[in-house]
Design a binder for this molecule. Sequence first.
Ligand SMILES: Cc1cc2nc3c(=O)[nH]c(=O)nc-3n(C[C@H](O)[C@H](O)[C@H](O)COP(=O)(O)OP(=O)(O)OC[C@H]3O[C@@H](n4cnc5c(N)ncnc54)[C@H](O)[C@@H]3O)c2cc1C
Length: 475
Amino acid sequence: MTAKIPLHRLESEYVRGQLSLRRRDANQADLRPTGEYVLYWMQATHRFEDNWALRYAVLQADAMGKPLLIHQGLDPTYEHANDRIHTVILENAVALHRRAAKLGLRYQFVLRRRRDDDRRVVDRLAARATLVVTDLFPTAGIAARTARFAERCPVRVVEVESHCIVPFGNFVKEEYAARTIRPKIAKVLDHALEPVEDRGPRAKFPQALWDSLEVERLDLEALDVRAAVASCEIDHAVPPVPFPSGLDGARARLAAFCAGALADYAERRNEPSDTEGSSRLSPYLHFGQISAAEVLRTVRAAGHKASAEKFADELVTWRELAFNFCVRNPHHGKLKGLPDWVHRSMEKHKDDPREAIYSLEQLERAETHDELWNAAQREIVSTGYMHNVTRMLWGKSVLLWTARYKHALEHLILLNNKYGLDGRDPSSYGGIQWCFGKFDRPWFDKPVFGVIRPMSLARAREKFDAEAYIRMFPR
Ligand SMILES: Cc1cc2nc3c(=O)[nH]c(=O)nc-3n(C[C@H](O)[C@H](O)[C@H](O)COP(=O)(O)OP(=O)(O)OC[C@H]3O[C@@H](n4cnc5c(N)ncnc54)[C@H](O)[C@@H]3O)c2cc1C
């Protein structure tokens, strides 16, 4: 008999407990009781469901008898701002706009097209707010933007994390490896997965107040996404890719995965030419269009216990280890984020002869001597995605083909984050740094790799159908 999973009300002890582990104050300013609304500044969690920041904002608004304003903005200054990323965010905004009306939420979207356009929209909105709530997210420039804003904001700013299933506050220090975080996750995972009954705030947002807000909000009803993207001062050389953005797209993908590859996930995820072999949910999870909790609840409900466990190990252990790394280690994008044994070994091997040295431009154009590596690079450039198996090989090979591991790290971060729809994510830094020994232990000493776990493109060809994969991404 399966135990009945409780559905918690928003004002339950359960929600209070979860929120206490997910929130932190970004500044020490006071609440302003005379403020006209609670502001939720949506930055990382682009959804209304299973959104802990929104839950916190609704509860606070109710407690203070205020309405709630949900504000999302997009500007051209984020790192690698390009047509690909802009399109996904804008298409989802249209879907959010439609859902907001149904859920009784006030949602607005402001698009800053040019770098010198008004950059202080959030400041103006905060000036009339009682409290500002935003997403806690360590990468994609969000943590830094929030910190700058919180410092100058005259009212309290609270960050709330919705990225992980297990609240980030469960792990107060940087975890060492998957094996250290895994047992801690296991203890609280089922509890963290319990569903919550979401609802909108009690107070209606007055029309007069909405009209009085001095913001040039985007008309999402009549939005031509392509034209809007073309009008922005961003990198137009990275084009959009076919991607059904939004919760509906995510749910369709999840359903297809549960009905298809999930049964044989442990095997099929090892075949890069099998485009349906893994969930391909990473962009949806990155943009927060679907919650990891919903994904895991759905996967578990689909049966296939062993596969579901393997999947959970990727979705929870590895993904939340990466989040913990980025949130707890300010050097997650730098060599300093790596353990000491890596630096000692790289120093010892720095002058080892390399089979080839490639510049960033050669790598970006997929001009190496290895067609499997080139195919992986072409996959991410042309589709915005790269398979996990080739991604590991792709990262490890760049370590072999650069004069210094510092260059390898910088090149990989740039290429991954510029082209990957799931780039700029905690898992981007976790995955890339893993190639350099993060979360790992020393292996046998080898040329160039030193004691970092080696991986070989040549040997990989024996493990999967490399030729089929290469054919999928022709020159
Ligand atoms: C060099 C390198 C770079 C990477 N860059 C990114 C990145 O930019 N964004 C990103 O989301 N992942 C990244 N990863 C991790 C992993 O490759 C992708 O998450 C995975 O391939 C996404 O495909 P999927 O959604 O089909 O995964 P599935 O196998 O279906 O897994 C389900 C989900 O679990 C999470 N996940 C799976 N594997 C990992 C992992 N090893 N580490 C952390 N989370 C994981 C992802 O959110 C994924 O969507 C990187 C790995 C490496 C080695």
